[in-house]
Design a protein. Structure first.
Length: 417
C-alpha cells in the first residue's frame, strides 16, 4: 500500500497495467493505476446503488498524493450524501471548462467596451483610451488574475489588488483598475459566469483609490527652464525627450501625442492634425507648429510611421507610461526612496498632465490668450455648443498667434543666462 509521495515517484512500469492501493485518512477506495508507459493516474473505486464503479481523479505528478487524498475525501462525502461522485465530478469539470478565465473575460469585455458609446458622452472610447485601458490591465492586473477562473476571483482578492496598486503606484491608477474590474464582472454576471459582481459597491476611498482633487500644479517659467535642461542633459531616449518638450509647447494630452504619425504632421504648412479616433473629445484637432516645435520635430528621424518611435519596439510608438517614468526619474521618485541626486529632486512634485496645465496657465498669464482660444488649443469641449462650431478658421489664426508667442517665450527663457 502506498503511504508516501516518494513511493509513488519510485514506481516503475511493468509488462502490463497494475494497480496500487493508497492509504487515505478518508477511508478506502483510493488507488493508483500505472500503465506500461509509466503513466500514473489516481482513481477512486467505490460501489453505488449496489454496482461497482470507478473514475479518474487526476494524473501524477500534476496531482500530488495530498491533492489525491483531498479529492478522495470530497468524493466520499458526495457518496455519503447519496450522490454518485463520478457524476458530480464530471459536472464540475464541465462547468469549469465552460467558465472563462480572467483573460478571457477581459478580452470579451474590452471588445464590447471599445465599441459601446458611453451613457454620459454618447461616444465610444477613443483609440487612445482603449490602448491605455489595455496597458493598465497588462501592467497591474493580468499577472495576478488572467489565469484564474472568474468564479474564483473573490471580492477580497479584488480589494487586495486595488489597494496594492494604490500603495505601490498611484490612487488614480487604482481607481481605474477598480473601474476595469466592475466593467468586467458586470459582463460576467450578465453572461452567467458569476452569480454576482464581486466588485460591486466597493468604494475607491476605502481602498486608497479615491480620485484626487482637481490638480492645481503648474510649472513656472523658471521651472520650465530647469525641466527643459534636465531633459537635454540626462540619458532619456530621443523620442521621450522630444515628446516631453513637445508637451511643454503644445499642452497636448500625452496619449494623443504619443500616437501621432508622420502623415498627421505637415511641416511645410506648419500644421499638426490629431485624427478624431485618437482624441478624447472624439473630434479631429489641428494645432499650429511654432518655430520652437518645428525644431524639435525636424530633429527626429523618420525611421517609423510614428513621430515618437519606441527605442525598444520596432515600428511602435513610445507609450504614455514612458513619459510618466521619465518625469518620475528626473524628480528622483521612480522608486520608493527619493533619489536626492536626481536633477529635479528639489522641485515641487509634478506629473506629466501638469505640463498641459502649465501651457494653459502660461498662455493666459504671459501671452494674454483669451480662455476660449486656450480651450480650443487644448481641444476641450465647451459647455457652449455654439462656441464649438463658431468660425473655426478664424480661431486657427488666433491659435497660431498664441502658440507662436508661447514658443518664443519658452525659447527665450530656456536660453536666458
Amino acid at each position: 500500500m502506498i503511504t508516501t509521495d516518494r513511493q509513488v515517484a519510485s514506481l516503475k512500469p511493468k509488462d502490463s497495467v497494475f494497480w496500487e492501493s493508497v492509504r487515505s485518512p478518508h477511508g478506502g477506495g483510493l488507488a493508483l493505476r500505472v500503465s506500461v508507459k509509466a503513466s500514473k493516474t489516481w482513481f477512486y473505486r467505490y460501489r453505488f446503488q449496489g454496482k461497482q464503479d470507478a473514475f479518474a481523479l487526476g494524473r501524477y505528478p500534476t496531482m500530488t498524493l495530498q491533492q489525491a487524498r483531498d479529492a478522495h475525501g470530497e468524493a466520499r462525502a458526495h457518496l455519503s450524501d447519496g450522490l454518485n461522485p463520478k457524476r458530480v465530478f464530471r459536472q464540475a469539470k464541465l462547468a469549469a471548462e465552460q467558465t472563462w478565465t480572467g483573460q478571457e473575460l477581459f478580452d470579451a469585455w474590452i471588445k464590447i467596451y471599445s465599441s459601446t458609446p458611453s451613457s454620459r458622452t454618447k461616444r465610444v472610447p477613443s483609440e487612445t483610451v482603449v490602448i491605455q485601458t489595455i496597458w493598465r490591465w497588462q501592467k497591474y492586473l493580468q499577472h495576478r488574475v488572467a489565469s484564474l477562473l472568474v468564479n474564483s476571483i473573490s471580492r477580497q482578492m479584488i480589494t487586495s489588488l486595488v489597494s496594492d496598486v494604490a500603495e505601490r503606484h498611484s490612487r488614480e491608477q487604482a481607481r481605474k483598475c477598480l473601474t476595469i474590474f466592475n466593467g468586467m464582472f458586470n459582463l460576467a454576471e450578465v453572461r452567467g459566469q458569476v452569480d454576482h459582481n464581486p466588485a460591486f459597491g466597493l468604494e475607491p476611498s476605502k481602498l486608497g483609490a479615491s480620485k484626487g482633487q482637481a490638480g492645481e500644479r503648474y510649472l513656472s517659467l523658471d521651472e520650465i527652464k530647469l525641466l527643459w535642461w534636465a531633459i537635454e542633459e540626462n540619458d532619456l531616449s530621443a523620442s521621450v525627450g522630444a515628446a516631453l518638450r513637445a508637451l511643454l509647447l503644445t499642452g497636448m494630452r500625452r496619449g494623443e501625442l504619443c500616437q501621432t504619425r508622420w502623415n498627421d504632421v505637415d511641416l511645410q504648412r506648419r500644421l499638426w492634425t490629431l485624427p478624431a479616433n485618437t482624441t478624447k473629445s472624439r473630434r479631429a484637432h489641428v494645432l499650429h507648429i511654432s518655430d520652437a516645435l518645428l525644431d524639435i520635430l525636424e530633429s527626429l528621424p523618420r525611421e517609423s510611421e510614428f513621430v515618437f518611435q519606441s527605442a525598444r519596439l520596432e515600428d511602435q510608438p513610445i507609450l504614455p507610461a514612458s513619459l510618466t517614468t521619465a518625469v518620475a526619474r528626473l524628480q528622483g521618485v521612480k522608486t520608493a526612496t527619493l533619489d536626492e541626486s536626481a536633477p529635479l529632486a528639489g522641485m515641487k512634485r509634478f506629473s506629466v498632465h501638469d505640463l498641459r496645465r502649465t501651457v494653459a496657465t502660461g498662455l493666459g498669464e504671459h501671452c494674454g490668450t483669451p480662455p476660449h482660444i486656450i480651450r480650443r488649443i487644448l481641444n476641450h469641449l465647451s459647455e457652449d455648443r455654439l462656441e464649438d462650431t463658431y468660425q473655426r478658421a478664424q480661431l486657427i489664426e488666433e491659435q497660431k498667434k498664441a502658440l507662436n508667442s508661447w514658443g518664443v517665450l519658452v525659447h527665450e527663457k530656456i536660453h536666458q543666462a
